[in-house]
Design a protein around this ligand. Structure first.
Ligand SMILES: *Cc1c(COP(=O)(O)O)cnc(C)c1O
Length: 452
């Protein structure tokens, strides 16, 4: 019987983050000022982020040391396990070998604390007393509340009102970790009050919540803002995942032919992929990389590669991304973490250059894959992660079809124990497969800024 699990010692937790910007063949397109469309310098971001994170955002250094205090907290759950999905392989009757890196072992149950801890640390180092952020279903808010609590910082979370009402348990987690949670739109910011004045029953949206959190941070001297995906420094912090996985695949005596991740803003996929991608950029490996997104929000497979805002109100710098338009509001699928109109600029560039492939799936085939995974491997995956499972299973079925061996590695970005309503809906046949909303995307694309 083949070995199933591959564990590293605490001492093998990576000492550095890997910055793929140092190895790109073409220089990345700079962020542009939202009004002037001129490239923005680091100082423009200073009201929102601590300087050390801004430096990481634009760094060309290949390896950046992880502070000891950050490593100590990551050791609560890291290194995370790498597991071979032998029972799933058997159920699929495939010659492929399937491995997954399991990020659901963190305190909040996903990969997000990998960056939340680093971000809270740099804020504390620079004397920040309070961090404001937004959260949809609560995965990011709970991760940031956990991290802030570790460093004695107050976390203020603007939580999309409909989730605040419908998903109370993530809110409980935030409050246990001393986070202050308000439903958004709230009465606490100008942006929130304005929306409530015209629409008192507004259920909120991620775009509105971002505007509230950014305004909060911009207005207060003691407060900074924090983002859980998309930005370069967030992807950087997630590279502990791939670096660990490289060592664990060595222990397994194999090397992946294809690496798969689900992609919302792109951080967990990049975290697993980038350390392996370095080997391909350096010409040592031919590994394929597959990002899987929802059919209802297919930024990579259907979006255009051009400058757009990171938020829906248009407060952030313009970034060059595959985008569906910042005003596009995707259908309310259960994989809330994948409902972002665009994608991390670094991932987009590598996709554009042909190093990363992408696929889009509707909800039902993803839940079907996640249920098979739960019934074979035992773990109930987050709805977001079900997309990676679907991608990995289809790779394994393609290998079977071709009658060839294939080593598949995917990121199981989180568990779904707070998402059981989604599984109930799937099993009761209540999930609709929202297909690509071409007209609404076309409408949103018409509102993109035109860069001269
Ligand atoms: C937030 C989240 C995602 C999507 O974010 P990325 O930045 O694309 O990784 C995926 N999986 C889980 C479990 C999440 O919580």
């Amino acid at each position: 019987m083949a070995t199933k699990k591959f564990f590293l010692n605490e001492s093998e937790l990576p000492t550095h983050w890997y910055n793929i910007a140092a190895d790109l063949k073409n220089p990345p397109s700079p962020p542009l000022h939202p009004a002037t469309h001129e490239p923005v310098g680091p100082e423009a971001l200073a009201p929102l982020f601590p300087m050390e994170l801004i430096k990481q955002e634009v760094s060309q250094e290949r390896f950046i040391a992880i502070p000891d205090e950050v490593r100590e907290i990551l050791k609560i759950w890291r290194p995370s396990p790498l597991i071979r999905a032998t029972a799933l392989e058997k159920a699929l009757d495939t010659p492929a070998h399937i491995y997954y890196k399991y990020e659901g072992v963190s305190p909040s149950g996903s990969h997000k604390p990998n960056t939340a801890v680093a971000q809270a640390y740099y804020n504390r180092e620079e004397g920040v007393k309070r961090i404001a952020t937004e959260t949809g279903a609560g995965q990011w808010g709970s991760s940031l509340a956990f991290a802030c609590n570790m460093f004695g910082i107050e976390a203020k979370v603007y939580m999309v009102r409909i989730s605040y009402d419908q998903k109370p348990y993530r809110r409980s987690m935030m409050e246990i970790w001393n986070g202050a949670v308000v439903p958004s739109p709230s009465e606490e910011t100008e942006s929130g009050r304005k929306i409530r004045a015209t629409d008192p029953d507004s259920t909120g949206s991620l775009g509105i919540a971002i505007s509230e959190a950014v305004e909060d941070a911009a207005m207060r001297e003691d407060t900074k803002y924090s983002l859980g995906s998309v930005l370069n420094h967030v992807l950087l912090h997630q590279t502990v995942i791939g670096q660990e996985a490289i060592k664990q695949m060595e222990m397994a005596g194999e090397y992946p032919d294809v690496v798969v991740g689900c992609a919302g803003g792109g951080s967990n996929a990049a975290g697993l992929m980038f350390p392996f991608l370095k080997e391909r950029l350096d010409g040592r490996q031919k590994t394929r990389f597959l990002a899987v997104e929802p059919a209802s929000c297919p930024s990579l497979t259907k979006g255009e590669y051009r400058y757009d805002f990171g938020d829906s109100v248009g407060l952030t710098p313009l970034m060059k991304m595959y985008t569906l338009g910042h005003n596009f509001v995707p259908a309310g699928i259960h994989a809330g973490g994948l409902r972002y109109h665009a994608m991390a600029p670094l991932l987009c560039q590598l996709y554009d250059e042909g190093f990363i492939e992408a696929a889009a799936y509707p909800q039902n085939p993803c839940f079907e894959a996640a249920v098979l995974f739960a019934q074979t491997e035992g773990i109930i995956a987050a709805p977001e992660a079900s997309h990676a499972i679907r991608g990995a299973i289809d790779e394994a079925l393609a290998a079977k079809e071709a009658g060839e061996p294939r080593v598949i590695l995917f990121n199981l970005s989180g568990h779904g124990l707070l998402d059981l309503q989604a599984y109930d809906d799937y099993r009761a046949g209540r999930l609709v497969d929202d297909h690509y909303p071409a007209e609404r995307v076309a409408e949103a694309m018409r509102e993109l800024p035109v860069i001269g």
